[in-house]
Structures are given as C-alpha cells and as structure tokens.
Design a protein around this ligand. Structure first.
Ligand code: CA
Length: 236
C-alpha cells in the first residue's frame, strides 16, 4: 500500500484529495505548510505539493528533498496555469504537474501513473544476458572461420563474404558493395550471384550448428551480420 502526503493549505482541497485517495486504498497524511511537510515526508511514497504555502514556496521543498537519498515522487498542484511554473516544477525534479481546478479522480489517476513509473513491478522480466562471445569468428590471416567453435569449410568467395559482414556487425552492405569487396572491379557479377553465395554460406553455418539467420537479409538493400539483437522486420 502506498502512502501519500498532501501538502496543501486549503482545507477543502486537502480534504477532497484525501477522501479520493483513501477510497482508492492509499494511506494519507496532510500537511498545511512546509515545516509540517518536512516532519511527515519520511513515510511518503508520493507527495502532492501545492506551490503557494503560508511559510514559503513548494519549490523550496522540491529542491531540499532532492538531496535526500530516498525521496518521494512528487506531483505539483498549482492554481497558476503558467508554463514557466510547469517547466520549473518538472526541471526541479517533480514527476508531474496538475493545475487547479482539478478533479480528485484525475489526481488519483496521476498518482497511480507516477507510482507505476517509479516502482518497476517485482516480477519484471530480467534483462537478457548479453550475447558474448560473438557466435561467428573469422581469422583473415589463416582464412579460418568458426561458428559455435566449429570450423566452416568455405569457398574463397564465401569466406570473403563472411569476413566482410563479420567485420562490422549491424552494418548493412548493399549487394554492389559486397561485389566490390569480394570480387573487385572488372567482374560482371549479378545480384543473384551474391544471393546464391549467401544462401550457400547460410547452409554451411546451419550445418556447422550455427544460426543461419545471423546473416540477415535487409530487403531491398542487401545483407548484414546480426549485431546481437533480434532481427527487426524491415520495411521495403
Ligand atoms: Ca496554497
């Protein structure tokens, strides 16, 4: 259960917010001025903060709480529909901003949204392990290529194609660039020849126990070596 501190010197507003939040399952404290807020801030997961208070500006409290190691999320409440205020509120470190008059239900919805952002769910999926080492390795001096630790038996052209793609994972090579790199000038090589060598290369990677989809087709452009992330669907 989340605890909300309402810092507001107008009792009617504090009362209606307090009622709406309690009805929604929050526990609530109310402070009518900055000094009272400082006493009660320790327990709060979120603070609804009026900017104009009898003993000073709500901005001062935002700045002071920013230095604490654990501080509540902050939603600023203000009667001033002033863009400069809104920007200042966000820049000083509050999480959201609501302009009076507001409906208590709207504020409760914002409270929920801010708390959701502040606290990742406990069952969040852990980040995947980084892909390492890269599953295909190429040694240009010995002209040996390994996939998943196994040697690939490649033709001269297949080796040069693979070496070119592995050099810069994620970079897209056009077929013309690959022809230039692998065959060089003076050879009348068609795009279909490139495609058929890539097909042969993928087959050998698969036979060696590797993932042929590491060599990605970028439709309408050419080929690239996967950079360790899942392939994205390419728009034509
Ligand atoms: Ca006020």
């Amino acid at each position: 259960m989340s605890h909300v501190l309402i810092v507001e010197d107008e009792p009617a507003i504090a009362e209606s917010l307090s009622f709406a939040l309690r009805r929604d399952g929050f526990t609530v404290d109310v402070a009518g001025c900055l000094s009272e807020a400082e006493d009660k801030i320790g327990r709060a997961d979120l603070m609804l903060l009026d900017l104009m208070l009898p003993d000073g500006s709500g901005f001062d409290l935002i700045v002071r709480t920013r230095r604490r190691s654990s501080r509540p999320a902050i939603i600023v409440l203000s009667s001033r529909d002033d863009e400069a205020d809104r920007v200042a509120a966000l820049e000083t470190g509050s999480d959201d901003y609501v302009t009076k008059p507001f409906s208590p239900r709207e504020v409760v919805a914002r409270v929920r949204a801010v708390l959701r952002r502040a606290q990742p769910p406990a069952d969040a999926t852990p980040l995947p392990e980084p892909v390492s080492p890269f599953p295909i390795s190429v040694d240009s001096t010995t002209r040996r290529a390994l996939v998943a630790g196994r040697l690939l038996e490649l033709t001269r052209v297949e080796f040069d194609l693979l070496a070119c793609l592995v050099e810069d994972p994620g970079r897209v090579y056009t077929r013309a660039q690959l022809i230039d790199r692998v065959w060089g000038d003076g050879f009348a090589i068609t795009d279909r020849t490139v495609d058929s060598h890539v097909k042969g290369l993928r087959k050998k990677v698969l036979e060696a126990g590797g993932d042929p989809n590491l060599i990605e087709t970028v439709r309408g452009v050419g080929y690239r070596m996967a950079a360790g992330e899942p392939a994205e669907a390419e728009a034509e």
